[in-house]
Design a protein around this ligand. Structure first.
Ligand code: COA
Length: 183
């Protein structure tokens, strides 16, 4: 990872419907076909992400001034023992632009929006080395169980309201599917 490059000055914005193909391509490139076997995929399969917690980072190309989508962050709702909770991810940054602060900027923005929208806590399956600096840890989710293994990653939580996760005991399950309206 290059350490001599300056942080990238990206603009972080809500994801728009027309961003979907670029977001899908970025996630496929970043996580590969094996992503659909991960436990977190069960939470996403057939369910839309949380629409007000979907963000992209765009970078203005110096020569043309055109904006390019370079990173994406989504959250999914999952069913906790006492109600829905947001699960952070997937987070993906264009490979050529990694290590320049874009991922951290997106996570910081996403967490601040999650809190602003009134969610009391956030869950994640991720690398503690990356997410602990944001306040994620295993302690708050000690009583919660996921429907499958997550190794080598770690299941963690971050509370915005003290006690929002600590003390919860039970399973974290996929959120109920929302059936499309019948015409
Ligand atoms: C993980 C990812 C989103 C990070 O984005 P990024 O823009 O490169 O991250 P930032 O520039 O904000 O931060 C880079 C720092 O995070 C560290 N880092 C990157 N991935 C890490 C990981 N999995 N675990 C621990 N640290 C990690 C880098 O070593 C770097 O540390 P440094 O600042 O001390 O040099 C990006 O590498 C990516 O898209 N990876 C593929 C998809 C993925 O694994 N997503 C995360 C799922 S939990």
């Amino acid at each position: 990872m290059p350490h001599d490059l300056p942080p990238l000055d990206v603009s972080i914005e809500p994801e728009k419907p027309e961003d979907q193909p670029a977001v899908d391509a970025l996630i496929a490139e970043s996580f590969g076909p094996e992503r659909e076997k991960r436990t977190v995929y069960r939470f996403r399969d057939g369910r839309p992400p949380l629409g007000d917690l979907a963000f992209v980072a765009r970078l203005k190309e110096a020569t043309t001034g055109a904006e390019k989508l370079v990173a994406s962050l989504n959250f999914w709702a999952v069913a906790g023992p006492e109600g829905p909770l947001p699960l952070l991810g997937p987070l993906a940054v264009l490979p050529a632009l990694r290590g320049r602060g874009v991922g951290r900027a997106l996570v910081a923005h996403g967490l601040s929006e999650t809190k602003r929208l009134g969610w009391p806590a956030v869950l994640i399956v991720g690398d503690p080395g990356y997410y602990a600096p944001f306040g994620f840890s295993v302690g708050p989710v000690a009583g919660l169980e996921l429907p499958g293994p997550v190794g080598p990653l770690t299941f963690m939580g971050l509370e915005f309201e003290v006690g929002a996760l600590t003390g919860l005991v039970g399973s974290v399950r996929p959120a109920p599917r929302i059936d499309p309206p019948i015409d």
